[in-house]
Ligand binder design. Structure first.
Ligand code: 5GP
Length: 121
């Protein structure tokens, strides 16, 4: 899948759309989700143009991969989520209902998050 540079997170990275920023460094930007699913719901995105977890894990450089994982850990610590606990999640593709085609990792916290997946109705 080719990267669509008009996606909403690309626009956030370019400063064309505002976001509630939590953290930023060379490799990552973290900001609050516009439609939070938990008391704390933050998205962490790499600054490079990667469509999804599949694309990022296959084509990002070692520095980008390391920078991203370090960034996620820093954000969770900054948000005070280490002691109470948190969940990270990345949706890739159709079965996971990925909406935004720029790789992102969700960080959820602030309450007991319940079972890992919602059961089918
Ligand atoms: P996905 O389903 O692709 O894993 O999740 C996309 C997430 O991006 C959703 O949780 C959605 O609420 C969030 N989102 C979509 N558009 C925007 C936006 O313009 N700003 C912010 N902060 N979050 C957004």
């Amino acid at each position: 899948m080719t990267y669509d540079s008009g996606n909403v997170f690309a626009k956030i990275l370019k400063g064309e759309i505002p976001c509630k920023k939590v953290y930023e460094d060379t490799h990552v930007l973290a900001f609050h989700d516009i439609n939070p699913q938990a008391p704390t719901h933050v998205l962490v995105i790499p600054k490079g143009a990667y469509v999804s977890m599949d694309d990022f894990s296959e084509t990002a450089s070692d520095a980008e991969l390391a920078g991203f994982v370090r960034g996620v850990g820093k954000v969770a610590r900054q948000l005070g989520l280490v002691e109470p606990g948190y969940r990270v999640l990345a949706n890739h593709g159709r079965n996971a209902n990925q909406d935004v085609p720029h790789f992102h990792l969700h960080i959820f916290g602030g309450r007991n998050l319940g079972p890992m997946l919602k059961r089918p109705e």
